[in-house]
Design a protein around this ligand. Sequence first.
Ligand code: ADP
Ligand code: F6P
Length: 327
Amino acid sequence: MENKVTKIGVLTSGGDAPGMNAAIRAVVRTGIYYGLEVFGIMRGYSGMIENDIVPMHSRSVANIIQRGGTILKTARCKEFFEFEGRKKAHANLKKLGINGLVIIGGDGSFRGAHKLSEEFDIPCIGLPGTIDKDIAGTDFTIGFDTAVNTAVEAIDKIRDTADAHDRLFIIEVMGRDAGYIALHSGIATGAENILIPERKTDIEELVASLLEKERRKKLVNLVVVAEGDNYGGADMVAKVVKERLPQADTRVCVLGHIQRGGAPSCMDRLIASRMGYSAVECLLEGRHNVMVGIVNNKMHYTPLEKAVKAKQKISDDWLKIVKILAS
Ligand code: ADP
Ligand code: F6P
């Protein structure tokens, strides 16, 4: 590894998440505070390969802390999966003298960073930016809190109309193969059932629970389904429910990408600011190839390769809470 980091690049990669702008701002301003030159790499690894790299100044990140999306744009870049693509990317970094990187993204982006770093000896620091909260080594990921609050606001609205009509709603939320958005938004909105990929969905158990509620004249029912649920999402679940409970007035609502947009919550701005600041400190201290997380309210550093292998665990207590509180 080169010893002294003098010029750093920052990029956002993979799915965007609210709070990425706050993280970019923190990296740029902390870098400048410590006398580093800072570059913004546009459209994730695509910009690295295409040499779409721009100098960043304090003013470049003015007025963005409250904005969703990412001013650096983001992308999923096929070429970066290949060694030749990463070689091109590294050549562009070298031309500019960039000798440290901060990658804001999810586990896929960290896999790419880990490879680049191993092959070309460039220190990379990852910041967990994903609404899915599917990365080990941190209690929070940038964007999750905002996304889950967006889902809660939407589900509350669905409950109003469900209540007016005595309807059963099957609501699908995002999360890729993780069930955190479903679990948190479901508990916070008093959903009757929550289906997540971390537990095998027993459709018979769901039908039985809905029938039992019907017997008790509990007519407003919300079922929150994570998109990655093994049964196959809201449409698949609704198909069976409609067959087995034809008397129920059932509707489906897929919340979709609204969960990715909007102004970041206070929590996401805070963690993004702390993580962005810490990423630059890591590079200056010579910490290489770690993901910066927050565990028990303290900064926590996990080797990039470990951060991508393990997922966060969902405790059985959470699911017990759902059953008891939605009775
Ligand atoms: P996220 O970072 O949100 O998980 P992706 O999984 O789509 O998003 O990954 C973002 C980008 O990271 C990919 O488009 C690709 O450019 C790069 N990437 C992901 N996995 C790898 C890998 N195994 N090797 C090299 N690059 C990768
Ligand atoms: O990883 C974030 C996420 O929003 C997932 O929850 C979802 O499965 C996926 O990205 C959607 O990706 P795209 O925006 O490419 O449709």
